[in-house]
Design a protein around this ligand. Sequence first.
Ligand code: GLA
Length: 533
Amino acid sequence: MYFSVFQQRGAPLRKELLVILAIAITFPFSALVPRAQNPALGVHAAGDGLALTPPMGWYPWNEFGQEPQNEKLIREIVGALVSSGLKEAGYTYVGPDEGICFYRDAGGKLTSNLDRYPSGLRGLGDYIHKTGLKYALYTDAGTRTCSKAMPGTKDHEFEDMAAFAEWRADYVKIDWCNTEGQDTAKTYRKLYDAQHAAGRPIVHSLCSWGEGEPWKWAASVGHLWRTTEDICAPGKADWSRAMKIAAANEKLYEAAGPGHWNDPDMMITGMNGLSETQNRSFFSLWCVMAAPLMAGNDLRKMTPSMIQILTNLEAIGIDQDPLGLQGRIVRRNGKVEIWAGKRLFDGSQAVLVFNQGAASADVKVAWPDIGLAESESLYVRNLWTHQTSGPHRGGISVRVAPNDVALLRASKTSSFPVPPIIVADSYLVSLRAAGMTAQTLTGAITVKTNGSDELPLWEVRPGLPSWLSVAVRKTGKSQTLTSTASTAGLKNGLYHAVVRADNIEPVSGKPMSVLYYDVDLEVTGHAGGRERN
Ligand code: GLA
């Protein structure tokens, strides 16, 4: 039995964690299985449609810690996300973690640290958006961030969330350092209210490392929550610690679903100290657990095999499945685990065989192990070798090397579709109108899916400002959203709108994560006054 009890950078072992450990030792496995969240409390994502599949992206902490996080690094990583093919595989959210990004000025307002981020945090966000990626920022729910180098949000929740909205963040991770005396649920509820008041749809990533048992209540205030302490100290990938984290996270499977995810922390794949086999196994585990796929390695220095692992669309498809089930261990034989319980959007089943032993294992996966009748005849797809076999009656046997996995998909049919993987060329349309006469300006963004099926037309939410209209055109798996702005009747000034488009995954009929993008319109040279919208 594993349970994660890690110390937070030299902090004393917390009393609550000792209690959890004591319970873990005293009670059998099943006693730790959480109850599902009470749906009556509502789910945050029901309103904003964000993160209906686990967020994917990159965060600097695991590899870099605080140094050298700065604009240059983030821009280089953005370049690497694009050139390596990770962006094409669905990795979207990127930005600094605790990277000394801002301070609080004398008036109490969060202000960009221009020494480290010369374009300012808004400028960096615009750059990221123009690349077709989404902007992630970091803060803390207490008085200071963990290193104490940045201010926390305590007693500034509303101003700070307004600042994140002004910087156009799409994702905010909210850490839990320096929160002595604060109640987890109440604090994160207040931060949710503050985010809501700020008016920008933002993925809300809670980071209390499992304190306050967020899996029991946080679906109504956030989109994901860390379930354990940090997966590694910066720059020091730790395989056994990662396996303990996976074991703790596995038990919480009932709490996960579209828009509300257990977060076992950023990935350590591709960091020094992990073998290719371990990278593949780690990635498979995170996919089967429907974990957020936030890469944590230095994307500028990846081997071809590392890129292949992180961009394996068939594995990513398991993680990004629209049903959003978190797989769990259904059978354990010594050091060999069979993970299942993850029915997929097309009716197929994900199965992971994980061998943590020192010798190769021959493992029989019987269909009843994964909840199916023995009489079933199923095709089996190996998601790492990309080969389909079968139909197999009753089950299948696989040989798995030490530390390795067999990541499989079992289906009644021999086709194994990949669910939508959304990739945009930009999330920012910038329009400028200069001159006395009214003008009509257009800017387009193209959004495609790298999943197997074409999507229905994205549906633009009504309620856009009167100067803006959006038309959607479809060419196969690509769709173009053309924004048209008319300056007739507008005064000089800056105008801004966030466009929301909704869609449905065509195989399961499930709603997809909402597509948001920003439109800026600058009007100059018109007769009359100035206005800011
Ligand atoms: C905590 C979080 C980490 C990282 C650091 C930054 O430890 O759990 O993921 O954000 O803070 O200090």
